[in-house]
Ligand binder design. Structure first.
Ligand code: ADP
Length: 395
């Protein structure tokens, strides 16, 4: 029996889940928030109960020390030796990594080089890796990349129609993200459909605060909506998704903002928040729309209609589709968004049942039995994929 910890380190946070493997039982999970501040919040679940502590956590190394000490103090493990492997989520693996990899000093150097492509994410992931390496130097650690699953995209999908040398010289191309989630739900869909994934054409809609759609043919991602960065594709909680690129200098001129400031608007003040004008959280938008708030209604329409169009486009791309998958916070929970996304798709064989669509947060088919195209809700589980890859690669 092994105990594997899956880590997702952000710039001021660190999420963890401790698994017993190979059973995949979750022993405990939790998160540290507001790292770098003197009122950081440490939360851990013990036997289903949440324990919260507010304490001074100046940096990730301290967060890791507190986490490991807590595991012992709470009798979750008796000694650090029980942790047999660590899996780290790393956002960007560039073109170099099409699968998870054992982290060596050389690999760590390569991850640092990739920070140029993901300056908002990779540095934080690397800080997490180093913090664990310092405290548990002999425990094997594996990097699991958000981009890896999409490395199977053909050139016609990943290439931007820009001067070709930009791709050769600067690595400018579509990379795609949420790969671990798209991979998990596509494999799970194949199990639920009782068919080999190699025979399936799937459209996976990962709809959380960040959102992306993927076309998955024969178990391989062949196209996805996010791009060079996670800003592209559909509208999201606070991100704009695709816009006309000529708008950037136009907004700069009109508002006097710098390019970085406009990018900040596109990342943090657009999408559902930008259109509604009051919230990025879909629950707020749904209840306001119900009460007649027109901007909230518009935000729902903008969000759903982009996803609807991607489904049509990816069905065309694969010459058909066997199943549409909904996952992540909105995909798993919002019958309102699912209904608007699926509306009118009967022309391509999607017959969905409004009564079944009411389901929330659990695996379920929501299509009528006779529907040629199945529609499946699958709660995502990126952490278990990370733990599985640690077992596959390091143990
Ligand atoms: P992240 O990308 O940060 O992991 P999540 O996958 O947790 O995000 O998704 C967050 C989104 O899911 C929020 O917009 C939230 O409002 C939405 N959401 C969560 N539960 C519900 C619900 N019951 N109904 C509608 N939307 C929900």
């Amino acid at each position: 029996m092994s105990k594997v910890i899956a880590i997702n380190a952000g710039s001021s946070s660190l999420k963890f889940q401790l698994f017993e493997m190979p059973s995949e039982n979750v022993i405990t999970k939790g998160l540290v928030e507001r790292i770098g501040l003197n009122d950081a919040v440490f939360t851990i679940s013990v036997n289903g109960e949440k324990v919260t502590e507010i304490t001074d956590i100046p940096e990730h190394g301290v967060a890791v020390k507190i986490l490991l000490k807590k595991l012992i103090d709470l009798d979750i493990i008796q000694s650090f030796d029980e942790i047999t492997g660590i899996g780290h989520r790393v956002v960007h693996g560039g073109e170099k990594f099409n699968d998870s990899v054992l982290i060596t000093d050389e690999i760590l150097g390569e991850l640092e080089e990739l920070s140029e492509l993901a300056p908002l994410h990779n540095p934080a992931n690397i800080v997490g890796i180093k913090a664990f390496k310092e405290i548990l130097p002999s425990v094997p650690a594996v990097a699991v990349f958000d981009t890896a699953f999409h490395q199977s995209m053909p050139e016609k999908s990943f290439l931007y129609s820009l001067p070709y040398e930009y791709y050769e010289d600067y690595g400018i191309r579509k990379y795609g993200f949420h790969g671990t989630s798209h991979k998990y739900v596509s494999e799970r869909a194949a199990e639920l459909l009782g068919r080999p994934v190699e025979q399936l054409r799937l459209i996976s809609c990962h709809l959380g605060n960040g959102a992306s759609i993927a076309a998955i043919e024969g178990g391989k991602s062949i196209d996805t909506s996010m791009g060079f960065t996670p800003l592209a594709g559909v509208a999201m909680g606070t991100r704009s998704g695709n816009i006309d690129p000529a708008l950037i200098p136009f907004i700069m001129e009109k508002t006097g903002k710098s390019a970085d400031e406009v990018l900040e608007v596109l990342n943090k003040r657009s999408g559902i928040l930008g259109v509604s004008g009051f919230s990025s959280d879909l629950r707020d938008i749904e209840s306001a729309a119900k009460e007649g708030n027109e901007r909230a209604e518009l935000a729902l329409e903008v969000f759903a209609s982009r996803i609807h169009k991607y489904i049509g486009s990816y069905a065309a791309r694969m010459y058909g589709v066997d199943a549409i998958i909904f996952t992540a916070g909105i995909g798993e929970n919002s019958d309102v968004i699912r209904a608007r996304v699926l509306q009118g798709l009967e022309f391509m064989g999607v017959y969905w049942d409004p009564a079944l669509n009411k389901v929330r947060g659990k695996e379920a088919f929501i299509n009528y039995p006779h529907s040629p195209v199945k529609v499946i809700i699958i709660p995502t589980n990126e952490e278990v994929m990370i733990a599985r890859d640690v077992m596959k690669i390091a143990l």
